[in-house]
Ligand binder design. Sequence first.
Ligand code: ADP
Length: 523
Amino acid sequence: MFLLPDYRVRQRDYLLDISRALTAQLDLGEVLRLILQAATSMLSGEVGIIALREGDGFHVRAITGTQPDQANLFDPLLEDLRPDADDIDVAQLYSKMRKVAREVDLNLRQVVALPMVVADDMLGILFTFRSYAGAPTENDHRLLQSFADQAAIAVHNARMYEFANQERQRLAAILDYSADGVMILDAHLHIERWNRALSHITGWQPDQVTGRHHDIVIRWARRATGLNLSEAINNGWPRPVSTDTLPETLYIEGDLERLDGTTISVGITYAPLRKPDGALQNIIANVRDITRFREAEELKSTFISVVSHELKTPVALIKGYADTLNRPDANWNRETIIEGLTVIEEEADRLTELIENLLAASKLQAEGMRLTVDDANLPLIAQQAIDRFQTQTEKHTLRAEFPPDFPVICGDTTRLRQVIDNLLSNAIKYSPRGGEVIIRGTYGDAWVQVAISDQGIGLPPDELGRVFERFYRVDSALTSNTQGTGLGLYLAHAVITAHGGKIWANNNPDGGATFSFTLPRRD
Ligand code: ADP
């Protein structure tokens, strides 16, 4: 029977232990200590150190045979060592060793130093010191090299692991802090990852969805595009890897049901992630909140329809009257001419108002409301508005009721005039059978209030708040026959809030609507 020499058996046992440790634990310090102890013991060494290359220099990372706090006393050995040094200068090493030996007060007389190399990359040096003189043998070198190689592999693995770990953390952070919702599904459509933005969009927290099937969580209240994910998969998405270059992503858009039962407009892009053999490994889904985009789209189409509808009528009237008055064969009397010109003038005024409202609304959106604040005399503004509007109607009686000591406030007179004009014109427009329209002023210590009430059609109770929205018009026979853009109250709301006040609407018990606003008094 072939027997290994004793030291070979020990070396084999040690190497076995080390490789077990290498696979079992990822604590680099522990593994290096184990390797160093084995190497030193195999060589009957006194002290062993492993120095690792970090940046431009070497630093002791494991030590055996002496106190760990003596590690820095070995630093002189590492000075001047260059990572690319092919061979370590033995004479210099010995002279440094003697110096260190004096410092650490140990009998170190022989040193073996071997580089730890993986793929031409020198990761560190393993040193073993003995207490007897004489040169180490070839065998010593070979023995130590096997341990140095193990140490190199351990360091290499640990660095790879650390790198992979850092990458994983970096990716997790990117995922978590992405402004878009991101979820990762396994090949069976179970949710593996769910980021913060997606919790925000859907109301579902990661621990509520992890492991659940995609279709339980992603439920469409309304879908604007294509099939849902499961249907698409049943229809062959994603196609097996092929040579064509068409993108394999799947896009689904619509209103998603949130956890609390509300809905949100989203667009989801699903992208398959494949294994090297082409099998589906994961599906990465990017979920984007497209509410604002959808709102903008809706607003754009409302804008176009409102503008085209509201422009058509006055333009047609102006054109009609101008054509008639202009007929070369007709000889109009003065009364007819005045009547025609009055209509043209009124319609042109309406057009101007419409254009001004549109411009004001778009300016408001772009730069917010800017006020030019000065003394504002609300009773005077109200009376002037009444005088102007009373000439336009006989069916209505317009009246202002302000206490004589109603305070002058701080405000933008031009804008407040627009608000009162608008509320007054609405009160007339939406009370087609006429009646009283009253502008009433009251005040307290800190505020003033103006209320404009009419005896008209009033408002559906659930739309009292909505009439202040941009382009919002109550859907009724009267409204559809009355000119308007749904911008007046939106602008009035903007002016009053810019002044720090509030505006609201309610219905009167005996019919008609009252629009009221408060404004802060100046100190
Ligand atoms: P417009 O009058 O141009 O349609 P507004 O923003 O001024 O736009 O008003 C929005 C909607 O509120 C109107 O279309 C109308 O349906 C409703 N409304 C406004 N004022 C009154 C009122 N005094 N009585 C009843 N409904 C009103």
